[in-house]
Write a protein that binds this ligand. Structure first.
Ligand code: SF4
Length: 212
């Protein structure tokens, strides 16, 4: 086996064990294609499904698969025709059967760190949807919680600001300057230590670099 893949598998085994203690489920897939199939297996015909903004969901092909699935009701804000409709989609997501997202960082001991500007993504992660399924490239694994918080702010947020066309110091320079302006995407930092509902949060680790 190639050493990188062997290393990923060893890390993933530690994380999955740690997630169990934290009342979450952990899985490991070598490829994004396998992860996409596993993620879709958690969705039943007739389910209401939603998702948070994520490059990983796009890059893995999951978003296209959800949009092409006629057997589910997909709450997709890209289809909304007004800000009011987007707000309705955010609210309806709390009643979804499944919510898909990634994470900004995960530690080897299973803590998840997420930064959000609007808050809808972390809100649905914390409470509401019956299950939350995370697709996570192994590039997001950090040794400690401190490293994970740093990753979320210093590595994940700047390219997300560029993607979202935000006028922030990090988008202009690549460095976080702890801004507070209108375009800042760092309003909430959520550290998930455990799941209140056993098994509600499912983390699919992927042996590839995905997302930011
Ligand atoms: S606080 Fe501002 S500068 Fe720092 S990462 Fe967030 S948006 Fe960028």
């Amino acid at each position: 086996m190639n050493p990188k893949q062997a290393y990923y598998e060893a890390c993933a085994a530690s994380i999955c064990e740690a997630l169990k203690k934290r009342r979450m489920e952990g899985y490991y897939c070598k490829t994004a294609a396998e992860a996409k199939d596993l993620a879709l297996s958690f969705v039943q015909s007739g389910d209401t499904v939603s998702f948070g903004g994520s490059m990983t969901l796009s890059e893995s092909g999951l978003l296209d698969a959800l949009r092409g699935n006629k057997e589910i009701r997909l709450l997709d804000r890209s289809q909304a025709s007004s800000p009011a409709e987007i707000e309705e989609i955010y609210a309806a997501a709390f009643r979804a059967d499944a919510y898909f997202m990634s994470t900004n960082a995960i530690t080897l001991s299973g803590e998840l760190v997420n930064i959000d500007g609007n808050g809808n993504r972390v809100a649905a992660f914390i409470w509401g949807p019956k299950q939350v399924i995370l697709l996570v490239g192994m590039n997001k694994v950090c040794p400690t919680l401190e490293d994970a918080c740093r990753r979320a702010r210093q590595i994940a947020a700047p390219p997300n600001c560029v993607r979202l066309n935000r006028q922030t110091p990090c988008a202009a320079t690549g460095l976080c300057k702890d801004c507070y302006g209108d375009d800042c995407i760092c309003s909430q930092t959520v550290i998930t230590r455990r799941s209140g509902v056993i098994g509600r949060i499912k983390v699919i680790l992927i042996g590839e670099a995905l997302g930011y």
